[in-house]
Write a protein that binds this ligand. Structure first.
Ligand code: NAD
Ligand code: UDP
Length: 416
């Protein structure tokens, strides 16, 4: 770890050590963020989650170099009175907690809405009331479908970025009809974004009107200005398919046998078991994938450059790593064969309908390319890792972590 005096922000100012209340720290993104903060900064983390398996290596044993800088609090933010106290003790709160696996959006829409909107409300409220900075994790899914997806398949306009590039301050949010419950997640995330953004505008207007109407109270307002500015201390992150080690679970090994994780873990599971990879509705949807370690660099820049990050919504993704889901499957098959030394399966992929795979109410985002203007301008961040390289390191991890366990699961006789 570097000492605090050696570390400076993007404007050359020394970075002071802070305490971070990280909600959902035990998940995929949280575990990488905790690791980065422990390894490279002097900051303290109050790590809140219902699980800690993915950060156990950071918590034990007692002689780790960062001992005393990370404390795990096992709690469910739905109903735990410790939450406000932990936010008050911190300089910054990062909220990662969410149900965020598409298989849940159409099958458990109410849980999805509660988790992504209702449960996030107290976090926003406590931050706002206690003048604490908040970095809230939203999603690229708030953009929904592209405008181009409504054009005829052969329309040349589909190649025009104006019809597909997703811009924070410009693009509309286009969801499917109400019976397409897939969009429960995007709607809930959008509403919490709007609430946070609304608070930001409200505090700004309050400040401007106060200054205009009551110049006589300038001195008093110079005190409350601190409060108003604190009220604006929000950053919203829209991740575009961050992937890497520790993402989700492998069904039947470290998660439920019938569970359906996100695509990286679904395809990893198929590869580990030597099964064909399942392409939902032909695998035609397009995604851009960014390596978790690149994306975490962006989050650290947001943490340590509040003056540049506050009041902004940031797309965080890698526009250069675009593939169709079918191409992703083909690439993962090749990479897995390279890292495991195993032959590629005879039937590498099969097509399944979305109804069969996810059930009623599934729908999909057609294409997700992040516009990078805002994050470039504010934080100078760019992703570095190619899709091939990130798959190579991730599938090496998956093979090393799960191959033996899968063999044992497969060898076990099924109880009749
Ligand atoms: P994850 O599921 O691995 O992590 C979420 C963590 O939150 C889990 O450890 C879970 O136990 C915890 N949590 C959920 N509800 C909780 C509660 N009530 N109380 C305490 N802890 C709770 O997911 P992730 O990929 O790390 O995603 C983190 C955030 O980023 C989420 O808000 C998600 O919507 C957003 N996001 C991620 C991606 C991505 O590419 N990984 C894409 C879009 C959005
Ligand atoms: N998908 C697939 N096979 C799988 C799992 C997912 O074809 O086994 C597809 C899914 O329909 C979607 C894409 O992969 O088009 C990405 O899915 P993911 O679960 O990662 O989440 P999303 O990007 O949709 O939020």
């Amino acid at each position: 770890m570097s000492s605090s005096s050696e570390r400076v922000d993007l404007d050359g100012n020394p970075i002071k050590p802070i305490t971070i209340c990280m909600i959902g720290a035990g998940g995929f993104i949280g575990s990488h963020l905790c690791e980065k903060i422990m390894n490279e900064t002097p900051h303290k983390v109050l790590a809140l989650d219902v699980y800690n398996d993915k950060i156990k290596h950071l918590l034990e044993p007692d002689n780790l170099p960062w001992h005393g800088r990370i404390h795990f609090h096992r709690l469910n933010i739905k109903h735990d009175s410790r939450l406000e106290g932990l936010i008050k003790m911190s300089d910054l709160t990062i909220n990662l907690a969410a149900i965020c696996t598409p298989a849940d959006y159409n099958t458990r829409p109410l849980d999805t809405i509660y988790s992504n909107f209702i449960d996030a409300l107290p976090v926003v409220k406590y931050c706002s009331e206690n003048n604490k900075r908040l970095i809230h994790f939203s999603t690229c899914e708030v953009y929904g479908k592209t405008i181009g997806s409504f054009l005829p398949k052969d329309s040349p306009l589909r190649q025009d970025p104006a019809y597909y590039l997703l811009k924070e301050d410009d693009s509309p949010c286009i969801f499917g009809s109400i019976e397409k419950q897939r969009w429960s997640y995007a709607c809930a995330k959008q509403l919490i974004e709007r609430l946070i953004y609304g608070l930001l505008i409200f505090m700004y207007l309050f400040f401007c009107i106060s200054c205009f109407c009551f110049p006589i109270f300038t001195n008093i307002l110079s005190l409350t200005a601190e409060g108003a500015e604190n009220g604006m201390d929000f950053t919203i992150v829209r991740p575009f398919n961050w992937i890497g080690p520790r993402m989700d679970f492998i069904p039947g090994v470290d998660g439920p046998s019938e569970g359906v994780p996100r695509v990286l873990a679904c395809f990893s599971n198929n590869l580990l078991r030597g099964e064909p990879l399942k392409l939902v509705d032909g695998g035609e949807s397009q995604r851009t994938f960014v390596y978790i370690k690149d994306a975490i660099e962006a989050v650290l820049l947001m943490i340590e450059n509040p003056g540049r990050a506050n009041g902004h919504i940031f797309n965080v993704g890698n526009p250069n790593n675009e593939v169709t889901v079918r191409q992703l499957a083909e690439m993962m098959i090749q990479v897995y064969s390279k890292v495991s030394g195993e032959q590629t399966p005879e039937t590498p992929t099969i097509d399944v309908s979305s109804k069969e795979f996810y059930g009623e109410g599934y729908d999909d985002s057609d294409k997700r390319i992040p516009d990078m203007t805002i994050i470039n301008k504010q934080l100078g961040w760019n992703p570095k890792t190619s899709l091939w390289d990130l798959l190579e390191s991730t599938l090496t991890y998956q093979h090393r972590t799960y191959a033996e366990a899968i063999k044992k699961v497969i060898a076990k006789p099924i109880a009749s």
